[in-house]
Design a protein around this ligand. Sequence first.
Ligand SMILES: NC(=O)c1ccc[n+]([C@@H]2O[C@H](COP(=O)([O-])OP(=O)(O)OC[C@H]3O[C@@H](n4cnc5c(N)ncnc54)[C@H](OP(=O)(O)O)[C@@H]3O)[C@@H](O)[C@H]2O)c1
Length: 273
Amino acid sequence: MSQPVAIIAGASSGIGAAAARTLGKNGYRVVVAARREERLADLASQIREGGGEALPIQTDLAQVEQIQQMVEKTIQTFGRIDVLVNSAGSARHVWFDEHSLISDIQIQIQSNLTGAIQLTRAVLPWMLTEDRGHIIHISSISSWVGVPTYSIYSASKFGLRGFLESLRRELRGSGVTVSEIYPSAVDTEFAQHVDVHWKTPQILPKWMLLSSQDVADQILRVIQKKKKTAIMPGYMGLVIWANAHFPGIVSWLLSKAFYRKEGKRVAWLKADE
Ligand SMILES: NC(=O)c1ccc[n+]([C@@H]2O[C@H](COP(=O)([O-])OP(=O)(O)OC[C@H]3O[C@@H](n4cnc5c(N)ncnc54)[C@H](OP(=O)(O)O)[C@@H]3O)[C@@H](O)[C@H]2O)c1
């Protein structure tokens, strides 16, 4: 019972799966949550084979009751929640006027923003009663810099940052820590769901790409050091700074990278040519 417990939402792939493995190896009993049940079962088996303890719970963050049930099951099974890592999210790479109402807009807002808020709301009462706990959300550089063709993604991540900043201030003086990690491009299957014609590794120089393990290691550091925020890689802080102070220059640079081309829906650098 004394072993800490972490809920990882969005654990069926990418950063969430890496975080679950990493926390599983570092003494956490992990609850792995997402929609794809088989993936969660495989991940839980891997964690158990490595000597850890894992409980898969199928959860759709668009369904508030499912979030609540997942949190209740965690407390029933393990009797505590020490850490929430929310790595669930999705994006679409579409010019705003070409968005479809449901698939492009609602799904992103639900998975990136309202799902994140409901998940936080579900674990917080327990953490406040215990006066301890750590809530970590995986956000994005897009929560600081609006990028063409990612308008809804940026809107959801900007919204998440506003929510977490307010919450952090509300919880000041309590034992609950709220953290946010802002990665730039990470080599996961995210790009496939984004519906792009290219994969991140092909478009960005390799040295710029993060791996899911890089982010999982950062999550562990954030927990151990109770860090409030982490920009990944650190030099992306310059981009955030430049966007705040010289938005015109950033807009001009982005217009060179994102542009419409006749006969093609989206063009991005030379990848579509
Ligand atoms: N990859 C990047 O370049 C990058 C860069 C910056 C930030 N991020 C952020 O990092 C986080 C993780 O992304 P990733 O790169 O690891 O992508 P990924 O491999 O596609 O993982 C996304 C996870 O979110 C889950 N998810 C999506 N919608 C959900 C819903 N309605 N309910 C429950 N789970 C849901 C997916 O699981 P199911 O489909 O099984 O439900 C999956 O486990 C996201 O928040 C993303 O915005 C990614």
